[in-house]
Design a protein around this ligand. Structure first.
Ligand SMILES: Nc1ncnc2c1ncn2[C@@H]1O[C@H](COP(=O)(O)OP(=O)(O)OP(=O)(O)O)[C@@H](O)[C@H]1O
Ligand SMILES: O=P(O)(O)OC[C@H]1O[C@H](OP(=O)(O)OP(=O)(O)O)[C@H](O)[C@@H]1O
Ligand SMILES: [Mg+2]
Length: 284
């Protein structure tokens, strides 16, 4: 039994999708890469597709699971189920107009022509705002449409906003926020569902360790209660006796954002020889 995952073959999501699988212990040798590749580490096959084709492939069970942008998933209105948000490929779908135009609200778009590769999501947004506009569907280079007279405005992916600025446009409305999502064929067979659950368990262990560090230090044994209050750990901190009487070694997992502030408090109560290590996975 094997599970098949559809990934974007090239483009924005390809690298991060492969990196996530690698962190979950699923390696694909680049030299052995074909449009359908097997992993040696896990019963999984990788099917490389254009991102546009992934929602439908997963809906029909051509692939059991897939990684795709939420924007693409929504646009295809597909019946695959979202099983996990992955936190990369973050962007938004926005309306933008030439920067010299004055803008007072969505009524601006009434009777205008809007170029986009996302007609379904745009139509839904316009209907909600009760605006009638003309949608000009184009496959790419959307941001150039106003300058060449193809449209009055655009609706497209924005991340840093750099593409809009370099095309003389300004963002005026955001219709949705997107990120990569893991999707699955509804009603997977039990053995495939079990493999998906194993994969999700691994992904969650990787995610849990993000932004966390492993800290160890030597501390006078009589200061352990104070140190434990600073470093509560996952269950509680690990304490080991040192060969030198009156001293202990204390280990704990700490949130990176609080790291320096905690180190200062620990030093103040006598902690010495503090080591901070990277944390790869947290399996609870
Ligand atoms: N600038 C960006 N920043 C972050 N995420 C982005 C950005 N642009 C696109 N994305 C996300 O990555 C997905 C894939 O984008 P990409 O530009 O690679 O698509 P594409 O050109 O349609 O690729 P394909 O050749 O597979 O059809 C988008 O659907 C979106 O979810
Ligand atoms: O706000 P920004 O950070 O400038 O990003 C937005 C741009 O990124 C994407 O295109 P991409 O660069 O992936 O090229 P593509 O049009 O070939 O997909 C998207 O289609 C926008 O054009
Ligand atoms: Mg595409």
């Amino acid at each position: 039994m094997m599970i098949r995952i559809a990934l974007q073959s090239k483009g924005r999501l390809n690298e991060d999708s492969l990196a996530l699988l690698a962190e979950a212990g699923i390696g694909i040798e680049p030299s052995k890469r074909k449009l359908l590749s097997r992993s040696d580490d896990f019963p999984i096959e990788i099917l490389y597709l254009r991102d546009d084709d992934i929602p439908h492939a997963v809906e029909r069970g051509v692939a059991d699971i897939g990684i795709v942008g939420l924007n693409e998933y929504e646009e295809r209105q597909c019946g695959a189920a979202i099983v996990h948000r992955l936190g990369f490929g973050k962007c938004r779908l926005s309306l933008a107009i030439p920067k010299g135009e004055s803008y007072a609200g969505p009524a601006y778009f009434a009777g205008k022509r809007i170029a986009t590769s996302y007609p379904v999501i745009l139509r839904k947004f316009l209907t909600e705002k009760q605006i009638e506009a003309e949608i000009e569907e184009i496959a790419g280079s959307v941001e150039i449409a106003p300058a060449v007279g193809l449209a009055d405005a655009i609706f497209d992916i924005v991340s840093s906003g750099g593409t809009l600025v370099s095309n003389g446009l300004k963002e005026v409305e955001t219709a949705m926020h997107s990120e990569a999502v893991l999707i699955a064929t509804p009603g997977l067979a039990a053995e495939k569902q079990a493999l998906l659950d194993q994969l999700l368990f691994r992904i969650e262990s990787v995610e849990r360790s993000r932004g966390k560090k492993y800290i160890l230090m030597n501390i006078p044994t009589d200061r352990i209660p104070e140190a434990a209050a600073i470093l509560p750990g996952v269950k509680s901190p690990t304490i080991l006796p040192l060969a030198e009487a009156g001293w202990s070694s204390m280990h704990a997992v700490v949130d990176e954002r609080a790291l320096w502030q905690k180190i200062e408090r620990l030093k103040a109560i006598g902690a010495e020889d503090i080591l901070v290590l990277a944390l790869e996975k947290m399996i609870l």
